[in-house]
Design a protein around this ligand. Structure first.
Ligand SMILES: *[C@@H]1O[C@H](CO)[C@@H](O)[C@H](O)[C@H]1NC(C)=O
Ligand SMILES: *[C@@H]1O[C@H](CO)[C@@H](O)[C@H](O)[C@H]1NC(C)=O
Ligand SMILES: *[C@@H]1O[C@H](CO)[C@@H](O)[C@H](O)[C@H]1NC(C)=O
Ligand SMILES: *[C@@H]1O[C@H](CO)[C@@H](O)[C@H](O)[C@H]1NC(C)=O
Ligand SMILES: *[C@@H]1O[C@H](CO)[C@@H](O)[C@H](O)[C@H]1NC(C)=O
Length: 401
């Protein structure tokens, strides 16, 4: 008990001494002529010089350093030091001089200090990227680009970049990249030969609710931020923006998101149901074989910008009979920003009826339209989806509708 108390007191004692030392100025000995005595005077603090020694009656008098002068410690000098006037060549000022600190210099942008010299930051050659950018004190650290990454430039700033994933953009990988070269993608020439409907009728029906009816700035970013699961990266979003008109952007984004998250249960179900819807549409539209002339007059009957005869010709060659109308309607939709394929289908039906197309044609169009109107599955999902992506999107959506 006793020793514990002693210990505590000792501790207190040390603590007091220590704080007292911090506050009390250090001293120096000075022989005072007036009193003919050796006195213990206070030293002057940083930022000041000694103006008058202490006497028996008063303390040391310290005065602030003049401009461009400094002192950086407790001292007894009657003048301050002159700040170094300029930084050396290839250097810049890091800290201006003040009363307590000399001017501090460092190597200029893009250089670092090695011995006495400011040397240029190393640039990483192709095949190497910057792992740590250089600082005024340290050179650049380069590293070899790992598998799947490349750097095709000599740079002291650029890190290794990921190889472009061609399939994400619906393109073909024509040459695999390495450490110095990006992957090279090409237009999917096969799919331009093949029919290739980009956004299908069911995807459109399913995702249309997410297309704002009015121009909404940053809409794509709002969607990206709120969609659950793996996010579509910014570079890809930029590419979508560059390549597609505003309505199409939403479809493309959601299609990509769906693809990137296809392993999640919820998305799996969406994909299944869209596939189910697709096969029903194909069944309903049947094998109504239309001649070039019939297709042309159908497309002519649609409002807005027309699909050219060249495209009709291509479509007839590339698509199977049951895909031709859908492909042409999808081309028409893309050409006409805000159109809805279902509306196009309804125009086509009217035209088919009034122009005495074969009965099967009108019938199959009618069945398809009916099916899409009754396909309520996607409405259920829309609700779920909106809840999932949260209030922000919901409120934007409501204001759009
Ligand atoms: C003087 O400069 C030093 C750094 O060089 C800084 O830490 C200090 O706060 C400055 N003092 C005043 C009074 O500005
Ligand atoms: C990387 O690919 C390019 C072109 O694809 C080629 O010229 C170069 O030799 C390749 N480099 C290595 C190290 O394989
Ligand atoms: C480096 O690769 C990028 C992406 O593939 C390309 O846009 C750029 O032109 C290339 N730069 C050089 C110098 O080859
Ligand atoms: C490219 O993207 C697809 C689809 O998102 C993915 O399945 C594939 O693994 C990616 N490839 C590479 C090399 O990252
Ligand atoms: C449509 O054409 C395909 C082949 O071009 C043929 O197999 C099919 O029987 C045709 N259908 C009708 C209803 O004429």
């Amino acid at each position: 008990m006793d020793s514990l108390l002693g210990c505590a007191l000792l501790f207190l004692d040390i603590a007091i001494k220590w704080t007292a030392q911090e506050v009390l100025p250090p001293k120096y000995l000075h022989y005072d002529l007036e009193s003919s005595r050796q006195l213990l005077c206070d030293k002057c603090p940083p930022g000041t010089f000694l103006q008058q020694h202490c006497t028996a009656k008063r303390k040391t008098v310290c005065a602030p350093c003049p401009d461009h002068h400094y002192t950086d410690s407790w001292h007894t000098s009657d003048e301050c030091l002159y700040c170094r006037p300029v930084c050396k060549e290839l250097q810049r000022i890091r800290q201006e001089c003040n009363r307590t600190h000399d001017r501090v210099c460092e190597c200029a942008e893009g250089r670092y200090l090695e011995l006495e010299f400011c040397l240029k930051h190393r640039s990483c050659p192709p095949g190497f990227g910057v792992a740590q950018a250089g600082t005024p004190e340290r050179d650049t650290v380069c590293k070899r680009c790992p598998d799947g990454f490349f750097s095709n430039e000599t740079s002291s700033k650029a890190p290794c970049r990921k190889h472009t994933n061609c399939s994400v953009f619906g393109l073909l990988l024509t040459r695999k990249g390495n450490a110095t070269h990006d992957n090279i993608c090409s237009e999917n020439s096969e799919s331009t030969q093949k029919c290739g409907i980009d956004v299908t009728l069911c995807e459109e029906a399913f995702f249309r609710f997410a297309v704002p009816t009015k121009f909404t700035p940053n809409w794509l970013s709002v969607l990206v931020d709120n969609l659950p699961g793996t996010k579509v990266n910014a570079e890809t979003v930029e590419r979508i923006k560059r390549r597609h008109s505003s309505q199409e952007q939403t479809f493309q984004l959601l299609k990509l998101w769906k693809h990137q998250n296809k392993d999640q249960d919820m998305v799996k179900k969406i994909i299944q149901d869209i596939d189910l819807c697709e096969s029903s549409v194909q069944k309903h539209i049947g094998h109504a074989n239309l001649t070039f002339e019939q297709l042309r007059s159908l497309m002519e009957s649609l409002p807005g910008k027309k699909v050219g005869t060249e495209d009709i010709d291509k479509t007839r060659k590339a698509c199977r009979s049951h895909e031709q109308i859908l492909k042409l309607l999808s081309l028409w939709r893309i050409k006409n920003g805000d159109q809805d394929t279902l509306k196009g289908l309804m125009h086509a039906l009217k035209h088919a009826k009034t122009h005495h197309f074969p009965k099967v044609v009108a019938q199959s169009l009618k069945k398809t339209i009916r099916f899409l109107h009754s396909f309520t599955m996607y409405k259920l999902y829309q609700k779920l989806f909106l809840e999932m992506i949260g209030n922000q999107v919901q409120s934007v959506k409501i204001s759009c509708l």
